[in-house]
Design a protein around this ligand. Structure first.
Ligand code: ADP
Length: 395
């Protein structure tokens, strides 16, 4: 019936771990081992040890600090914490007691005496310091803790500055790279379009097909680059709100996607009702709708249908993009909005992408104080619904 008493042992040395485990298990204790302070604290939170043995010399959060933190956990109140240390220097026992330990055992571990010592502490033995000494020692212990904290904060501040520098460098690199790639790509695509339209002389059917494939690939590349550039841009600038009529932004987009629908053999329908002007960032709003439509076209096979709907509600504008495409499993619904995330199921293979389209969409929606909802299941198409609130006058 009786559960074996649990001993939490916080120790990084494998030889000591083995020794204590062997000696105490033989006496019916259940020993759980943590290799460092943070793990010891995690174990203490989830289990209810009858006693904690802590090596004072563990790296990182040291044994003194771990003890002080353990002492602050409500369910550890009254649980004996025993320091185990090879440090025999004067004052080391007192420092352990002032940090919150109830006892102090020196290393090397005396395997024969250990079980009895442990039993005594479980039965209530406690070592205490004289009160006058305790106050003095507490002051210097606190001072040491603050000094350690100060050093840590300094290290973290430096590390943080270095990370910010690296992040800036990465942004700069991506922006430069995207620019450098975009310029030649634009002229390449321009010429391919001239060929495709027959403006540079007649092509035979094989050449026509080759030009079409090159154009499609070039357009995909351009989309990736634009998303990469825009992802950098949108995160580093604030929005420029202007009042505009959504249909003015949407009409050219719709014309472009109609052309694409014909090429891709998809049905494309735009259901637009007259809406009130709304304050949005023009280019962000355009990117938002374009990315949703790009995806709907990309993930819908020929013969399928894509629908764009825009309508007014009293306090917000609703934009909805629906498709009859491959759909998205519910488990992916959250993840697809993360930067660089792409669904890795067999259906999606062969669809090129950067995984940035929806991260951009979400950023834009949130920057407008709006919301985005997704209804989708594999094989049943997808519907992305965006709600953008109307900013009250003077907001
Ligand atoms: P990508 O550049 O890969 O399209 P996105 O961020 O736009 O990046 O989309 C992330 C993932 O979400 C895509 O890889 C795709 O699997 C999935 N996805 C997005 N839109 C649709 C959609 N309309 N239908 C099916 N899957 C979609």
């Amino acid at each position: 019936m009786n559960q074996p008493a649990q001993i939490l042992y916080i120790e990084d040395n494998p030889d000591n771990q083995r020794l204590v485990q062997r000696v105490l298990s033989a006496r019916g204790y259940q020993v759980v081992i943590a290799e460092d302070g943070p793990n010891g604290l995690a174990l203490a939170r989830t289990s209810h040890p009858a006693l904690v043995l802590v090596d004072l010399g563990i790296p990182g959060l040291d044994g003194y600090e771990t003890t002080t933190r353990l002492r602050s956990l409500p369910h550890m109140h009254g649980v004996p914490i025993i320091a185990l240390t090879a440090d025999a220097s004067p004052g080391s026992r007192e420092r352990a007691l002032v940090a919150g330990c109830d006892g102090y055992l020196s290393k090397p571990i005396d395997a024969r005496a250990l079980p009895a010592q442990i039993a005594e502490f479980i039965d209530g033995r406690r070592e205490r310091l004289p009160e006058t000494m305790e106050t003095e020692l507490l002051r210097s212990y606190n001072q040491k803790l603050v000094e350690r904290l100060e050093a840590r904060v300094r290290e973290l501040t430096i590390a943080n500055a270095q990370l910010q520098d690296l992040d800036r460098l990465k942004d700069q690199f991506l922006a430069t790279l995207s620019h450098e790639l975009r310029t030649p790509l634009t002229s390449l695509l321009g010429y391919l379009e001239l060929f495709d339209r027959g403006m540079l002389g007649p092509l035979n059917p094989q050449q026509e097909e080759a030009v079409r494939v090159m154009r499609r690939s070039g357009e995909i590349l351009a989309r990736q680059l634009n998303n990469l550039l825009y992802f950098q841009e949108i995160r580093s600038r604030s929005l420029n709100f202007v009042a505009l009529q959504p249909l003015d932004v949407l009409r050219p987009l719709i014309a472009m996607f109609r052309e694409r629908a014909a090429q891709a053999q998809l049905q494309f329908e735009a259901v637009l009702t007259e809406t009130q002007p709304i304050e949005v960032d023009r280019s962000a709003f355009e990117h938002l709708v374009r990315n949703l439509l790009d995806n709907a076209f990309q993930y819908t096979k020929p013969g399928g249908k894509v629908r764009l709907m825009v309508r007014d509600e009293p306090t917000r504008l609703i934009v909805r993009v629906e498709d009859t495409g491959i759909g998205i499993a519910p488990a992916e619904h959250e993840k697809i909005f993360l930067p660089f995330y792409q669904v890795d199921h067999s259906l999606a293979r062969g669809y090129p992408g950067s995984g940035l389209g929806l991260a951009i969409v979400r950023h834009i929606v949130e920057a407008h104080g709006g919301q985005i909802a997704l209804r989708s299941a594999p094989g049943e198409g997808s519907a992305f619904t965006v709600a953008i609130p109307r900013r009250s006058v003077g907001a």
